[in-house]
Design a protein around this ligand. Structure first.
Ligand code: AKB
Length: 312
């Protein structure tokens, strides 16, 4: 990777990934793109406004900067996609096919994330295997499974070097997530610092996989740098750092803020989505094929999250 184009560069993953890539590969070698711009964004490095659902916009920017790699992150998350299924299809699938076409035409290395949302209620719930039944019941899940298959197709049919992971809920203190089912695991930290209390929209006892953002960013770079010959799966590697439910976050927070209180006001829509996802996934294929390893468990992540939010 020498010159990298990132879509969704202002999003939860994109804003931190763009910064990390610029530190690693050089400021001018990472081109951020998003559907909107924010004041002063060009001061941090090259940036272009791109609507991924419009044919040609991506390919033109990729040609202009002569990129060799694309990291396609622009997408709607699960709860938003459930509220606006047609818009989700247009952005998540329309954007992906234009991004893959750009990679095919310009011979780019390609990364795009799938998600634990690619699994459904009939998938084995615990230690979900890498290769298993995938019949998701959400629009987001349908998009993610189709996206996994599409990336495999572009590799097998056209030789595009596509790679990807199934991300769990990602937790970070930099850019807020928007419209996800796992967002509660970010909100809980902000509310703990602000109010010593949080009301969870996800019910007690609902386990989902989670990961701290630094581990997620390392995983992306590591997978993209991995020897192509060693990759059996290429796309949609299961990766997770922890399987947790709201009480686990509360217990970890109480080690730092003893009077923290957790209560519940369950949102039936997001709860239904969460219940259709695994409790925990098996990351063994990612460990074997490219050495995936998460550094943060829930306690280490909690200490860092609270420190960083307090310092904001
Ligand atoms: C969401 O909740 O939609 C995302 C995801 C797990 O893909 N964080």
């Amino acid at each position: 990777m020498k010159k990298i184009l990132v879509t969704g560069a202002l999003g939860q993953i994109g804003s931190e990934l763009t910064e990390k890539l610029r530190e690693t590969y050089g400021l001018d070698n990472v081109i951020g793109t998003d559907i909107r711009r924010v004041d002063g964004i060009e001061d941090k490095g090259p940036f272009e406004v791109v609507d991924v659902t419009k044919a040609n916009q991506l390919v033109e920017v990729a040609k202009k900067y002569k990129v060799d790699t694309m990291m396609h992150l622009a997408a709607l998350l699960s709860a938003k996609a459930e509220a606006f299924p047609k818009v989700a299809w247009d952005i998540n699938m329309g954007g992906l096919i234009y991004a893959l076409e750009t990679a095919r035409e310009l011979d780019l290395k390609f990364f795009t994330p799938s998600s634990i949302g690619a699994f459904g209620p009939t998938t084995p719930r615990d230690q979900t295997p890498q290769d298993t039944l995938q019949r998701p019941t959400t629009m987001y899940g349908v998009n993610k499974v189709a996206g996994e298959l599409l990336c495999d197709y572009y590799y097998n049919r056209f030789g595009v070097d596509t790679r990807g992971v199934r991300f769990p809920g990602l937790i970070s203190y930099v850019a807020p997530p928007g419209g996800g089912t796992t967002d509660y695991a970010v909100e809980i930290y902000y509310e703990a610092v602000k109010n010593n209390a949080y009301t969870s929209y996800i019910a007690k006892g609902t386990y989902m996989d989670m990961m701290y953002m630094p581990d997620a960013l390392n995983a992306i770079v590591q997978l993209m740098e991995a020897d192509s010959e060693k990759l059996v799966h290429r796309n949609a590697f299961n990766i997770s750092a922890m399987s947790a439910e709201p009480e686990d976050f509360a217990n970890a927070i109480q080690k730092q803020i003893p009077d923290f209180k957790l209560s519940y006001n369950v949102d039936p829509i997001r709860q239904k989505i969460a219940e259709s996802w695994p409790n925990s996934i098996d990351s063994q294929a990612a460990k074997n094929e490219w050495g995936f390893k998460a550094e943060y468990d829930i306690d280490r992540m909690t200490a860092d999250m609270l420190d960083k939010i307090r310092g904001k």
